[in-house]
Design a protein around this ligand. Structure first.
Ligand SMILES: [Fe+2]
Ligand SMILES: [Fe+2]
Length: 259
């Protein structure tokens, strides 16, 4: 059963802290996860130089990788490009496609681009939903089913602003299709919880930027899955140790797959 590292909100650009990037790469090498998942916001403003630095970082991760773009990965200062080809730079530097899949032994993972050029995020098109269904249909029965998006699903009980796809409905929809685990980022506040359906929802903080919020510090998640449970360790940067240390741990029972 897989061990995963979940990074998010690297934010290459003026708020990126290069030393933290080096520490993260060292920890990935030491922890040797089965896969690394990066849930968006590689850059700060979607500039070419930011993307070039992000690509150099990603190129040093020699583990199976699943990536998706975040709202900051669309070019902010090129309005025409943002409206017409918002992910051209992302596809040029980070990954050929904005929706992606990763299948390794014991893990079937999908990454969904849920960004919008203007409106707040959280959008999945009809085509994306059809793609998720089709992909999950061919997932190995005993594999952990994971879906990663950039924006959070749980919005304090409110409907997602301007979205047609209500968060609760999306989560129920994924649970009904056998998804075990949903990952996201965006808020820079790490957390993990389990819903009534048994679906585990995990959010990562910002791994390497100075845009920390609510005293959470820089962090990433280490996720260990076995046949009975899903354990999530929030590893937070400690300056004295010059390492990311386990600051919080969650353990959830694995849901029974309905399929
Ligand atoms: Fe972010
Ligand atoms: Fe974001």
């Amino acid at each position: 059963m897989p061990n995963l590292i979940h990074l998010s909100d690297l934010h290459f650009g003026p708020c990126f802290v290069p030393h933290l990037g080096q520490v993260i790469l060292k920890e990935i090498a030491n922890l040797n996860p089965d896969a690394v998942i990066i849930s968006g916001d590689f850059t700060y403003r979607g500039r070419f130089a930011e993307y070039a630095a992000a690509r150099e970082f990603v190129g040093q991760i020699v583990r199976p990788l699943l990536v998706i773009p975040g709202n900051h990965d669309q070019p902010l200062y090129s309005v025409f490009e943002r409206l017409t080809t918002p992910y051209a730079r992302y596809c040029q530097y980070i990954c050929d496609t904005v929706d992606a899949s990763l299948a390794i032994d014991g893990l079937f993972a999908l990454g969904l681009n849920d960004c919008h050029p203007i409106l707040p995020g959280g959008f999945w098109s009809r085509q994306q939903r059809a793609w998720i269904e089709e992909q999950l249909f061919r997932a190995p029965r005993d594999a952990v089913r994971l879906v990663a998006t950039h924006h959070q699903f749980i919005w304090g009980g409110k409907w997602r602003p301007a979205g047609f796809w209500y968060p609760t409905r999306a989560l129920d929809w994924l649970a009904a299709r056998g998804v075990d685990l949903v990952l996201n980022g965006h808020t820079h506040i790490p957390t993990a919880s389990q819903l009534g359906s048994g679906l585990v929802v995990v959010r990562a903080g910002t791994a390497t930027s100075d845009r920390v919020r609510h005293g959470c510090g820089n962090s990433y998640n280490f996720i260990a899955v076995d046949s009975n449970q899903i354990s999530v360790f929030v590893r937070q940067y400690d300056a004295q140790a010059d390492a990311y240390l386990a600051a919080k741990a969650y353990t959830f029972p694995r849901r029974k797959n309905p399929n």
